[in-house]
Ligand binder design. Sequence first.
Ligand code: NAP
Length: 262
Amino acid sequence: MGEIRVVVCGACGRMGQTVVKAVGEAPDLILVGGVDVPANAGREIAPGLRCRADLEATLRETQAQVMVDFTQPEAVMSNIRTALACGVAPVVGTTGLTEEEVAEVARLCEEHSVPAVIAPNFSLGAVLMMRFACEAAKYFDTAEIVELHHNRKKDAPSGTALRTAQLMREARGCDFRGPEVAETETLPSVRGGEMGGIRLHSVRLPGLMAHQEILFGGEGQILTLRHDSLTRESFIPGVLLAIRSVWNRPGLTYGLEQLLEA
Ligand code: NAP
C-alpha cells in the first residue's frame, strides 16, 4: 500500500485533534477528512480541510482506507459499522465497548472482509505495564488497580483498567483471592468495582491525564506497577502503527500488544 488515506472521527476532540496533527505530519499518510458532531461541522481542522458531520459520505467521497475513531462510547459502534460497510478499516481508540460489542466487530470484520484494530490503550508504556502485570499475576494472590484520569472522561473504569484486569486474570488462570473477612461498606461502592477478584478504583480530577497503578499484595510486601501518560502525544506512535498495519492483518486485532509482537 502506498500513501494511506485517513479519515479521523471525533476530529475536534482532544485526542482527535492530536491525531489530525500527527497524520497531517506523517509522510506516508494523507489526512483526507475529519468528522465530528454537527455543531463542529465546518471547523477548519487542518489547512484547507473542514470538519464534516456525515461519516458515510465523507468515507465514500474521500476514498478513505482507514478511519481512526476517538469519539465516545455511545457513538463508536455506529461509526465502526459504517466504516466496515464502506470497506474502510477502523482503528479505534474510543473506550467503553462491551465484550458483546467487540465480538460484533469481529463478526462484522469477517462478514465484510475488512480488518479493524481496537486498542483500549495506544501508549507503549501502558502496554508494557500490562505485560509486567501478567508476570506478577502468576506469583501474587491479591491485587487492586487504581486508574486516574482527567475529569472530562466519560466512562469508568477506564478501558485500560478493564483490559489489565482481564489479562491478569488470564495469565493467572483463575480469580485473584478476595477479601479475608466479610466486609461492610458504610459508604456504598467505597471498595470499588470487582473483576476476577481484583478491585478497580477510578479517580477523576482536573490536572490528571491518564494514569494507572497496579498494586500486588503479599505477606510483608507490596509490588506497585505504575504508568503515567503525561501528554496525548504518548498515544500517537501506537495510533500510527495501527494505521500502517491494520490492512496487513485480517479480521479484528484487539490490543496494541498484538501489533508490537507482530
Ligand atoms: P473528547 O475530547 O470528548 O472528543 C470526542 C469528540 O468526538 C468530541 O468532539 C465529540 O463531540 C465527538 N463526537 C461525539 N459523538 C460523535 C459522533 N457520533 N461522530 C463524530 N464525532 C463525535 O474525548 P477524548 O478525550 O478525545 O477521548 C475520546 C475517546 O478516546 C474516549 O473514549 C477516551 O476514553 C478514549 N481514549 C483512548 C485512548 C487510547 O489509547 N485508546 C487514549 C485517550 C483517550 P462532543 O464533545 O460534542 O460530544
